[in-house]
Ligand binder design. Structure first.
Ligand code: CUA
Length: 210
């Protein structure tokens, strides 16, 4: 947590899905075990009165109120998840306008080239300052690749002839992994790079004038 706005939101969404998934799983498996024990076969026991019979349509059972309640519970769980998911995708796809440094990212067989606004270029390593919004313009010079900044939870296709924008706002200094997420030939597993998030002053010294 605290790595960037997007990864924080990604993780809280993940924990929410995970918690609800466990809750639903426990209820379903609990009911399954209960029913297995409650209705297990006992030697000499008679069939229960409401047991289904071959060729006979069962009489009406269940309650409308129960069905409505269950529908409301399911909707109450799924609707907020949908809204939260859409808002996370919206955050990822819409970089903020202000205070940005735009880096051109070019995928090639097999590596990543980064070009800064002042013309500086790096291959295999991306240096960015902490506490700023960094926008990536992702493209490819040969085949389909996919630019993924793993810990920051952002990915974009790198497609020849197209530019796709994604962004991160790194809050902590450190070194993080970038890798290709689209099979692009024998070098694909090796198509990695690193992001070095630097102290703003240190970055300024390396980068020079903006
Ligand atoms: Cu580039 Cu896989």
């Amino acid at each position: 947590m605290g790595l960037s706005q997007i990864s924080d939101q990604w993780w809280s969404l993940f924990h929410l899905y995970n918690t609800l998934g466990w809750a639903v799983g426990i209820v379903v498996l609990g009911l399954l075990v209960y029913i297995l024990i409650r209705y297990r076969h006992r030697p000499g026991a008679a069939e229960p009165e409401d047991a289904p019979k071959g060729g006979v349509i069962p009489s009406e059972r269940g309650s409308a109120a129960g069905a409505i309640l269950l529908t409301l519970i399911v909707t109450g769980i799924l609707f907020p998840l949908t809204v939260y998911t859409i808002s996370t995708v919206d955050l990822i796809e819409h970089p903020p306008e202000k205070g940005t440094i735009v880096v051109k990212v070019e995928g090639f067989q097999w590596g990543w080239k980064f070009t800064y606004p002042n013309g500086k270029q790096l291959v295999g390593e991306l240096r960015i300052p902490a506490g700023e919004v960094v926008i990536f313009e992702v493209r490819s010079s040969d085949v389909f690749h996919n630019f993924g900044v793993v810990d920051f939870k952002v990915k974009a296709d790198a497609i020849p002839g197209k530019v796709i924008k994604i962004w991160i706002d790194p809050l902590k200094t450190g070194t993080y992994l970038i890798r290709c997420f689209e099979f692009c030939g024998v070098g694909h597993p090796l198509m990695t790079a690193k992001v070095v998030v630097m102290e703003p002053r240190e970055f300024g010294q390396w980068y020079g004038k903006r």
